[in-house]
Design a protein around this ligand. Structure first.
Ligand code: SF4
Length: 719
């Protein structure tokens, strides 16, 4: 090691979960960066989970895509950026000219930085003229987006992480927080050590690692959350625990919501039976919720990934509105986002039914506001195709070109073999990625090398609306370039103006100015998303940006104010300033188990892996936690279906099959199976659990039902 080389410590943000922990990378050229938690970042205060701590082990260039590649006569060959970009721009332009703007699509990712996301959305919605740009965030939090918009009038998380520490009760619904948001879970446990009155309630069909630390675990029957929370609404109203003054002054729709709740859920004994929860435990939860002012109810994929995900979100929010527990310290509903920048994507209209700056595609005045700000020639006139429908349209041939950026849908989407059929038929498949060989890149006609974590520069927004910088501390490898740059180059080649950004700071400034402009053109109601206090940052100010929670306003003296909590004044973003109760009628998952497929498949994350393992898979330390895919089921079900712990079994649904080893983790109720989402077709056996998952989606949000697919399990026999 050359000890004369300068040592530099760069403050950045973890690229994995939605907690958005601050990270320091200490770099000496030629050595592996030393990764540590950033003590100055409010999300994690210097702590990292095992995935974050292993980031330094994922930075080598093995498997990296280092230059553009194009398909020629069926074979892939190296190409220059110019040739690859011309191929993309030419292909998109000719398909749009012949078949119209809706014949092309982008499918992007919560891994993108806000600046990448912004440019991609501007390109599609403002210049191509189609809203066919969706994101893998559709798979993890779009039900929360839809629920927030229905209740609050805008996609807003009211609280902040500090509320978990100030609460007297934290309810974790459909969230294995200990594994999926570990540093936040650590904050909850440390708060409970300091304040023993803080109780942790976990509502989850599985007995997960989170349950080990819970004061109360309700092992709910999969898919019955609306019954449980409608029952809570009914209980609170019947026993006089509502805040009548708050409901009268700040909300609307309570009577209809209560009538819907009372219709099926007014009897706790019946709710307990439907939810398959011990009645005493259910009442202990209801009584505890009723008696505790400071309650945070946090929810994640177990709520969102459901054919009734949006209703589940609103059933939870209804209980907080009835008790007025929102926007004040230590209380509120809280959506835990899965990905590092799911929130930033939402800011720039990253979903096919959204517009930049939280504006609505279905409101003409807001479409025109965005178009005029961009000075773009057109604006998408209607919402685009959501993820599952988008790949169906590719297979049907109505979408003829798709550009996939930073995601691996052939593994991660439901009915993943359908995605394979779609890409196989598609006239032009473009994939931007950091790795060259994934299940999805195998179908690319053009491969564009992207920058990875540690190489790219921009911002991300975490679950508590905190914008943090991701800073580059490594040189770009090979010919890899930023995703925003590749989109701008394609846009320019298609003849579009408005894409001459000099760098990430210029893009962020435009994004911030649009949010401020948006607040000048809205029709009515209080619009919340606003970065007007962040406009006009020069390169130096952008480089030095400290984590800050939006909305970020600037007062007349020029002072900038962040906003840790929203709605303390009881004013919401609907036109009349009131929050809305939503009447939610409970409904079961669309596909019920039956004699042929008698078990309900639940999918999810493991503690030490991230998505399809293209990065975490490089760390031997992380792989050691769970070295291979598995099928976890109850020992009695294993006996019933003739499979044995430690042996291979085949799991089959109506959509696909996978083979993996049987485990009895101890946390699974009879009638259910759990399989992790991480393994791909690149490993020894094709263990893509996405291939089995039913493609049913929530009718409001379009989020797939990843938590309930009927399957059967049988011994694996080598043929
Ligand atoms: Fe990264 Fe999430 Fe772990 Fe924090 S908790 S270090 S953001 S994976």
């Amino acid at each position: 090691m050359d000890m004369t080389l300068p040592v530099q410590t760069v403050r950045t943000t973890c690229p994995y979960c939605g907690v958005g922990c601050g990270v320091t990378a200490t770099v000496r050229p030629g050595t592996v960066p030393i990764i540590a938690g950033d003590a100055a970042h409010g999300a994690n205060r210097g702590r990292l989970c095992v995935k974050g701590a292993a980031l330094g082990e994922t930075l080598d260039l093995d498997g990296r895509l280092l230059h553009p590649v194009v398909r020629e006569h069926g074979a892939m060959r190296r190409a220059s950026w110019d040739e690859a970009l011309d191929r993309v721009a030419g292909g998109f332009a000719s398909i749009v000219a012949e078949h119209g703007p809706d014949a092309v699509a982008l499918y992007v990712s919560g891994q993108l930085l806000t600046e990448d996301y912004y440019v991609a959305n501007k390109f599609m919605k403002g210049y191509v003229g189609s809203a066919n740009i969706d994101t893998n965030s559709r798979l993890c939090m779009s039900s929360s987006v839809a629920g927030h918009k229905r209740a609050f009038g805008e996609d807003l998380v009211p609280g902040c992480y500090e509320d978990f520490e100030l609460a007297d009760m934290v309810v974790l619904v459909g969230s294995n927080t200990a594994w999926c948001h570990p540093t936040l879970f650590g904050r909850i446990l440390r708060a409970r050590e300091a304040r023993p009155q803080l109780r942790v309630v976990v509502i989850d069909p599985r007995r997960t690692a989170t349950c080990e630390s819970a004061d109360l675990h309700l092992p709910i029957k999969p898919g019955t959350d609306v019954w449980l929370f409608n029952g809570l609404l009914s209980y609170l109203a019947k026993h006089g625990h509502g805040d009548a003054a708050y409901v009268a002054a700040h909300t609307e729709g309570f009577d209809a919501a209560l009538a819907a709740a009372d219709a099926d859920c007014s009897d706790p004994a019946q709710v307990a039976r439907i939810c398959r929860i011990d009645q005493g435990k259910l009442l202990a939860f209801y009584e505890g919720f009723a008696a505790t002012s400071r309650v945070v109810t946090a929810y994640s994929q177990g709520v969102n990934q459901s054919s009734s995900g949006t209703d589940k979100v609103n059933a939870i929010v209804n209980c907080h509105l009835l008790t007025g527990r929102i926007g004040r310290p230590g209380m509120g509903p809280f959506s835990l986002t899965g990905q590092p920048n799911a929130m930033g994507g939402r800011e720039v209209g990253g979903l096919a039914n959204m517009l930049a700056a939280h504006m609505d595609l279905d409101k003409e005045s807001q479409r025109e506001a965005v178009r005029s700000f961009w000075e773009s020639p057109r604006i998408a006139a209607k919402p685009g195709l959501k993820a599952v429908d988008l790949f169906r349209a590719v297979e049907e041939g109505t979408v003829k070109a798709v550009w996939i950026i930073a995601t691996n849908p052939l593994v991660s989407l439901p009915d993943a073999d359908q995605v394979r059929r779609a890409l196989d038929k598609c006239a032009l498949v473009v994939v931007s990625d950091i790795v060259g060989a994934t299940d999805t890149t195998a179908y690319a006609d053009v491969l564009l090398p992207a920058l990875g974590w540690g190489e790219k520069d921009g911002t991300v927004t975490n679950s508590e609306r905190c914008i943090s910088r991701q800073r580059a501390f490594l040189p770009a490898p090979g010919e890899a370039r930023a995703d925003w740059w590749a989109v701008c180059e394609v846009a320019r080649r298609m003849g579009f103006t408005g894409f001459d950004f000099e760098g990430a700071q210029a893009i962020f400034d435009e994004h911030a100015r649009l949010s401020s402009w948006r607040n000048g053109v809205h029709e009515a109601g209080r619009r919340v998303f606003d970065l007007s206090g962040m406009t006009g940052m020069d390169r130096q100010a952008y480089d030095a940006l400290e984590p800050i929670q939006w909305p970020v306003l600037r007062d007349t003296d020029g002072a900038v104010t962040p906003t840790p909590r929203l709605f303390a004044d009881g004013r919401f973003a609907h036109a009349n300033g009131r929050a809305r109760f939503v009447a939610t009628a409970p409904r079961a998952p669309v596909h019920a188990v039956d004699g042929e497929f008698p078990l309900a498949l639940n999918t999810g994350r493991l503690r030490d892996q991230w998505h399809t393992m293209t990065r975490t898979g490089k760390s031997a330390r992380l792989a050691g936690h769970t070295p291979e895919p598995f099928i976890d089921l109850h020992p009695n079900d294993a006996l019933l279906y003739g499979v044995r712990e430690g042996e291979l079994a085949r799991l089959t649904s109506r959509w696909g099959a996978m083979v993996a080893r049987v485990t009895h983790g101890g946390g699974i109720a009879r009638g259910s199976v759990f399989a992790p989402i991480h393994w791909s077709g690149q490993t020894a056996s094709d263990a893509r659990v996405g291939a089995l998952v039913n493609p049913v989606v929530d009718p409001v949000s379009g989020e797939p039902e990843f938590k309930h697919t009927p399957v059967r399990v049988e011994p694996f026999v080598v043929e």
